[in-house]
Design a protein around this ligand. Structure first.
Ligand code: ADP
Length: 382
């Protein structure tokens, strides 16, 4: 039940019990609860704990009369805006009315009360109160929404800044390469420069492919080309892709796969992308001469591929968001700055498109990480 559908309170204040009972009989129903007070003091106590849509105040009461109670209510932040209707027994002459309106009355009703008039007046205020609640609820929802948008905007701006950096580095390296090429006639030197420029071009196109993949997945535009593939071939292809990064970090990569060929059903390129991404991350986030181990196992209905490194590890608070788009946690060295924070988000989406799951385990910063992917062996739709 939303706050807008919950019953609304009306405050009835009269020193005579029978009047309170009569008013309640007129006004209470499944949507309206009547809070009854025999004195101004009792009314103020009720107002401390209840929100009220309307107050009906008897003018003549011993100790604190209706006008005095109204003045107290006007001085109270929580009760200040409650509409007040005064119930008067005698004729409400002008000076009395004036005092009532000064105290915040919106209306006077003469006793004996005409039931229909009271009911329809009360209905108007109840409706106004409900609208107010509705507006407040919508305002809160809008605030949450605006906050989410603000955060997304901030993350987008940060992302654009990182993207600028990431694109500038290989472009600067390519520029420098062109300039050096112009200055040399030595074929061996030219060959070396070509090789270095090829690496930068590859890095650039990898970045752009990842960006396009994220956009395509978001729009549901990536379609898999599933076929029978062997687990061993997927692992081999991923190892081939990650080898330059492993070598650059002087890491030792060990791989263990089942002896028997394990057949799976999936998109070979995407599956290999999943595993190679985990391997290149392991290389990237492990200090030089690290150890990376890939363990692939199979059981009847699924395979498990675990990539374990002894690198910088992941702090507990960062683990919850590591698969979010643009998530990057700052490592102890400059490594976190190198990347866009889209690789793992992409990996997770690709794993899910294959009806699998991925999880990360790390004992904490400096204690290495292990990413474990589970994929079904058979076509889950078969
Ligand atoms: P990127 O590497 O481009 O920053 P990813 O989505 O691949 O983006 O990774 C997100 C973040 O997860 C990285 O910035 C890094 O902080 C953390 N991370 C990923 N893999 C590892 C790992 N093997 N060890 C430690 N941290 C990792």
């Amino acid at each position: 039940m939303s706050i807008v559908d919950t019953p609304v309170n009306i405050l009835l204040v009269d020193d005579l019990e029978e009047n309170l009972i009569a008013l309640e009989a007129l006004l209470a129903n499944e949507d309206v609860v009547c809070l009854k007070a025999r004195s101004g003091e009792e009314a103020l106590e009720l107002l401390l704990v209840h929100d009220v849509a309307l107050a009906l105040l008897d003018v003549q009461m011993p100790t604190m009369d209706g006008f005095q109670l109204a003045e107290f209510m006007r001085g109270n932040v929580n009760a200040r805006d409650i509409p007040l209707i005064f119930l008067t027994a005698g004729s409400a002459d002008s000076p009395r009315r004036f005092r009532g309106y000064e105290a915040g009355a919106v209306d006077f009703i003469q006793k004996p009360i005409e039931a229909d008039i009271l009911r329809s007046k009360a209905r108007v205020f109840i409706e106004l109160y409900r609208r107010k609640l509705q507006i407040l609820t919508q305002r809160d929802a809008l605030e949450v929404y605006a906050n989410t948008l603000r955060q997304a905007d901030q993350r987008k701006n940060e992302f654009i800044a990182i993207l600028g950096h990431e694109l500038r580095n290989p472009i600067m390296a390519l520029n420098a390469g062109f300039k050096l090429l112009e200055k040399t006639d030595d074929p061996a030197r030219q060959q070396a420069l070509h090789e270095r420029m090829k690496v930068q071009t590859h890095h650039l196109s990898r970045l752009i492919e990842d960006l396009l993949d994220v956009a395509r997945i978001d729009k549901g535009k990536i379609s898999l080309k599933p076929q029978a593939v062997s687990l061993q071939d997927i692992v081999q292809s991923a190892v081939d892709i990650a080898t330059p990064k492993m070598q650059a970090g002087d890491h030792t990569l060990t791989v263990s796969t089942p002896d028997q060929t394990v057949w799976m059903y999936g998109d070979f390129t995407r599956m290999s992308q999943i595993v190679s991404n985990l391997l290149t991350n392991a290389a990237k986030y492990t200090p030089t001469k690290g150890k990376v181990h890939l363990e692939a196992t199979a059981c009847e209905d699924h395979v498990t591929i675990a990539v374990q490194d002894n690198g910088i590890g992941i702090a507990p608070h960062a683990r919850n968001h590591i698969f979010d788009l643009f998530a990057q946690s700052k490592g102890p060295d400059a490594r976190a700055g190198d990347g866009l924070g889209i690789g793992l988000a992409l990996v997770k989406k690709l794993v899910e498109m294959h009806h699998g799951s991925i999880e990360v385990h790390s004992e904490g910063t400096g204690k290495g990480s292990c990413f474990t992917v589970r994929l079904p062996v058979q076509n889950p739709q078969a």
